[in-house]
Ligand binder design. Structure first.
Ligand code: ASP
Length: 326
């Protein structure tokens, strides 16, 4: 991990592409993997897909793709989406046999008149387009599920997403890490031709009720991109984001002239004002305008993001935390 030397962030400063913004500190190594092609003139769409594919494949990232934590019954299902504009978006959810939901979502976007495929249909579509079936549950993730079972099992209602920094410093021990895992790679890209793209890939909340789908694969909830307004991506407790169309709301604010930080604040204020907010609830967003102004914010402490531009790859805290000290 590299911090910006002076500990400042470029939040709210306009930046020209190429630029990648990813949720959580593991986004830094994924951004770095996608960077050579992206900085050589690659499209934002290819770059955001590459970032998610990297995370899906890395078993050390225990919240996305292979290595992600399973549902309450020990089974894996993956969700993801990709978006260029309201006319160009694709999504899949409850995928059980294929590792890269964003790759399938891109095929849905490019090769069908639809936006979203679910479950068996999504897996069949992926196979029909030549994507290989792969195991999704890693031995480590299975062990984590077994430990949880031994402790009585249960669903994700006690999970609070916290950044899983590589040295694990934010966790008391491995069980604490599994409990407070985070779950989505959300990435926004602005390329050197000024094109915006976004993608999300997730194994969903750990220990979720089987069949549960969160915000991440749903256009307008976990991700929204409008070339005239900007792009926003969310992570955290998906149910809170889904209740207010969080990413769409952020982009609509920017479309009306708001700076990214104010747009995110509006979203988080609505969530923070809920009467049923639980201590384990967390939501964080990253947003960028077409002119390159970008920002990020989180409901509670514990979120970090990865920022990459010509200066390198940086992990940083969000510009603000809505409920500090909670
Ligand atoms: N938003 C994801 C979900 O609810 C989880 C996460 O981003 O941590 O499935």
């Amino acid at each position: 991990m590299s911090e910006r030397p002076d500990n400042t962030t470029p939040h709210e400063a306009a930046a020209r592409g190429p630029l990648l913004l990813s949720t959580w500190s593991f986004g830094e190594r994924a951004n770095a993997a996608a960077w050579p092609d992206f900085s050589a003139g690659g499209s934002a769409l290819d770059a955001v897909e590459a970032v998610t594919v990297f995370c899906d494949e890395d078993p050390g990232i225990d919240s996305v793709g292979y290595g992600g934590l399973p549902d309450r019954d020990g089974d894996m299902s993956l969700d993801g989406c990709v978006m260029l504009s309201p006319e160009q978006c694709g999504s899949v959810c409850a995928v059980r046999k294929h590792l890269h939901p964003v790759r399938i979502a891109r095929l849905v976007m490019d090769r069908t008149p639809h936006v979203m495929l679910a479950g068996e249909g999504a897996d069949e579509f992926a196979s029909a387009h030549g994507l290989p079936e792969q195991p999704l549950l890693s031995p480590e993730a299975k062990k984590a599920w077994q430990v949880r079972q031994a402790q009585g099992g249960g669903d994700s209602s006690d999970v609070r997403p916290v950044d899983g920094d590589p040295d694990g410093a934010l966790f008391k021990d491995q069980e604490d890490r599994w409990r407070n895992n985070h779950d989505t790679i959300g990435v926004l890209g602005l390329d050197d031709q000024g094109r915006l793209a976004g993608a999300c890939s997730t194994s969903g909340m750990p220990w979720k009720v089987p069949g549960r789908v969160g915000d991440s694969p749903i256009i307008g909830h976990g991700l929204y991109v409008d070339p005239h307004g900007g792009a926003a991506v969310a992570t955290g407790t998906g149910e809170l984001v889904m209740a207010i169309c969080g990413s769409f709301l952020a982009v609509e604010q920017m479309r009306s002239g708001a700076m990214p930080q104010d747009a995110i604040r509006e979203v988080l204020e609505r969530i923070a004002s809920r009467s049923d907010l639980q201590a384990n609830h967390q939501v964080a967003l990253i947003a960028i305008r077409p002119d390159g102004h970008w920002s990020s914010g989180a409901l509670r402490p514990g979120f970090r993001l990865a920022f990459s531009d010509g200066s390198g790859h940086h992990t940083m805290d969000p510009a603000f935390v809505q409920l500090p000290g909670t």
